[in-house]
Design a protein around this ligand. Structure first.
Ligand SMILES: NC(=O)C1=CN([C@@H]2O[C@H](COP(=O)(O)OP(=O)(O)OC[C@H]3O[C@@H](n4cnc5c(N)ncnc54)[C@H](OP(=O)(O)O)[C@@H]3O)[C@@H](O)[C@H]2O)C=CC1
Ligand SMILES: CC(=O)N[C@@H](CCC(=O)OP(=O)(O)O)C(=O)O
Length: 342
């Protein structure tokens, strides 16, 4: 059994890890931390986990994380970077759901995240945990940078087109919508029901911290820098990301076949039949990205629709997928969840 620790078990991605790992056949949950709720039973705070998780939250200091085989950080940015070195030295693998190790360019990272890196020497070693492009590197890694939610939806949508060299990469557009759980469980004015419900707005148009992460991934696939306009929007959903992606076509190929071939055999990317429109509720609670490929009126623009659950394929589910790869388990272990309807 893989001994698992979770730092930040009370947050939305932390509790989503608990939900998925509770029924994972290869895992023993060893420790779950919360500074504010230390001592409280997990099932007392989250009654849906009653009968599934018998642990109590402990402080990070009490948690004996060095005795785990793997530790997930479901914490705000800037926490894992302070603790990863000690865990790695103790032979513990680390999967960070935050952004501490996602961006290779340290100056760029500091610019967007507004802090100095506490373990810059680990950034190069860290493997970006998007299995659909990095599976081999993930297998041998000690430290995984789990991708951001928007970056997962956007990269999976653009990658087949960029890898095949069939679009103009100088002016890509990613028009994205997220549910409110994307902002986490902490109290925030914009996440209040009376602010977010029955409302819709763009934010971060001048620059969002996922922009450099998406650009880095797409440039790597392209072999050259890409031009990208990324506009996130807040929608009155709880869970879900829907990305509408636009690019100019430079080579006339069968785009549907291109996507079907690229993701053939990928358990967690579903290319829908031509003409489809993926819905966020068709991925709710499940580790899946559903993609549809469109070329409106046979013109020169390709429109890709990409939908994920931000907390699952956009965070905790992808983190479990990465853990399965790291420990040589079948990639879908613990992830055979049917999306919730309605
Ligand atoms: N929500 C989403 O859709 C996604 C989130 N992410 C990333 O995952 C991470 C977690 O997000 P989310 O679950 O939404 O966040 P939340 O704000 O919901 O939860 C944060 C958790 O971290 C703990 N925590 C906060 N500060 C510290 C600290 N200094 N040391 C140890 N633990 C701490 C909190 O518990 P306590 O304060 O009691 O210790 C809490 O359990 C973030 O980096 C986020 O950017 C990534 C993809 C998607
Ligand atoms: C709706 C909302 O506020 N979403 C968050 C992004 C999600 C997130 O948690 O950021 P990481 O993926 O980088 O960890 C935001 O825009 O800041």
């Amino acid at each position: 059994m893989i001994k698992v620790g979770i730092v930040g078990g009370t947050g939305y991605t932390g509790v989503e890890l608990l939900r998925l790992l509770a029924r994972h056949s290869g895992v023993k949950l060893q420790a779950v931390t919360s500074r504010k709720e230390a001592g409280m039973k997990v099932a007392e705070m989250y009654p849906s986990l009653r009968g599934w998780v018998d642990l109590a939250f402990s402080t990070p200091e009490e948690a004996c994380l060095t005795e785990c085989d793997v530790v997930f950080f479901a914490t705000p940015n800037g926490i894992a970077m302070q603790q990863a070195r000690e865990l790695l030295n103790a032979g513990v693998k680390v999967i960070d759901l935050a952004a501490d190790y996602r961006i290779k360019d340290l100056a760029e990272w500091s610019k967007w995240y507004g802090m100095q890196h506490a373990s810059p020497e680990l950034v190069e070693e860290a493997v970006y945990g998007l299995p659909e492009i990095n599976r081999a590197a993930i297998k041998g890694a000690r430290l995984i940078a789990n991708p951001g939610c928007y970056p997962t939806a956007v990269q999976l949508g653009f990658l087949p087109l960029i890898e095949a060299g069939v679009i103009d990469t100088s002016s890509l557009i990613a028009d994205c919508k997220s549910g409110v759980s994307g902002a986490g469980r902490k109290a925030e004015l914009g996440a209040l029901f009376s602010e977010a419900a029955d409302n819709f707005k763009a934010y971060g148009v001048a620059g969002h911290r996922h922009l450099p992460e998406i650009r880095q991934g797409l440039a790597r696939a392209s072999g050259a820098p890409v031009g990208l306009t990324f506009v996130p929007h807040l929608t009155p959903l709880i869970r879900g990301i829907h990305a509408t992606l636009y690019a100019k076509i430079t080579k006339d190929v069968d785009l549907q076949a291109l996507f079907e071939q690229r993701y053939q055999g990928e358990q967690f990317v579903d290319v829908l039949p031509a003409g489809s429109h993926p819905e966020t509720r068709s991925v709710r609670g499940a580790n899946i990205c559903r993609i549809a490929v469109h070329r409106p009126q046979g013109g020169d623009t390709v429109v890709i629709l990409s939908a994920i659950d931000n907390l699952v394929k956009g965070a905790a589910g992808q983190a479990v997928q990465n853990m399965n790869i790291l420990f040589d388990l079948p990639e879908g272990t613990g992830l055979d969840v049917v999306p919730l309807l309605p």
